[in-house]
Design a protein around this ligand. Sequence first.
Ligand SMILES: Nc1ncnc2c1ncn2[C@@H]1O[C@H](COP(=O)(O)OP(=O)(O)OP(=O)(O)O)[C@@H](O)[C@H]1O
Length: 243
Amino acid sequence: MNTLNDTAVQFKQVSYSDGELQIIKNVTGTFPKGKITTLVGPSGAGKTTLFRLCNGLISPDSGEILINGKNINSYEPTELRRMAGLALQSATMLSGSVYKNLSMPLTLQGEEFSEAAAKDLLKDVGLDTDFLHRNVKDLSGGQRQKVSIARTLVNKPKILLLDEITSSLDRVSQEEIETLIKKINNNYQVTIIWITHNLQQALSIGEYTWVMMNGELVESGESSLLSHPQNDKVKHFVKGDTE
Ligand SMILES: Nc1ncnc2c1ncn2[C@@H]1O[C@H](COP(=O)(O)OP(=O)(O)OP(=O)(O)O)[C@@H](O)[C@H]1O
């Protein structure tokens, strides 16, 4: 679907097992650079495990993962975590202020994060700069998710891995986050890989889609594939929109 230069992440016959259980099965495919690709599939398909492989939290048993054309093993772990930011549905926070949370990626590296830079990030994610010294426990779900996204931007990632980041939000917050992610993708050419259970969302926000089932990549390509899938299992999944 694209040349190596257009590829942010490439999987080549990647398999991963936990003990006896094979979780990722011979996955080959690409995530195009600077685009939004959604990752869909029933619960337990291996989507989150694929993310953990992408940011080096776990390593394949066989096969190869290339990031920007280089084997993932050639990056230092910290370099990889900086390059590939991860945001989760739960938007896990440290107790304390928004500033403390935004500073965390740099404090972990023994660096300082200026208040001015933190305020710029808040503006980037559509939050008022007054939020900087608010306690995260007083934020709404949507506001927490915006802070969580802002925190992933501190390291200026090239790739953002978003795991179900809108599934516990109301409709309005969900739309705000979708708009925000599109803006980040546009403004900074960040490659976005977005796990979602919401097929309507997958159709509307991403140019490309991967459909995973039972550890395999069963279909991938432009998101419109969800409207007319070729694979019978995907047809069934899309029709039932099932778990
Ligand atoms: N550390 C682990 N040890 C054992 N089994 C695991 C581990 N991590 C994941 N699994 C299993 O691997 C399979 C894939 O899990 P994964 O979380 O990647 O799926 P998923 O597609 O993200 O599911 P969901 O949509 O429910 O989040 C599941 O059967 C899960 O139980």
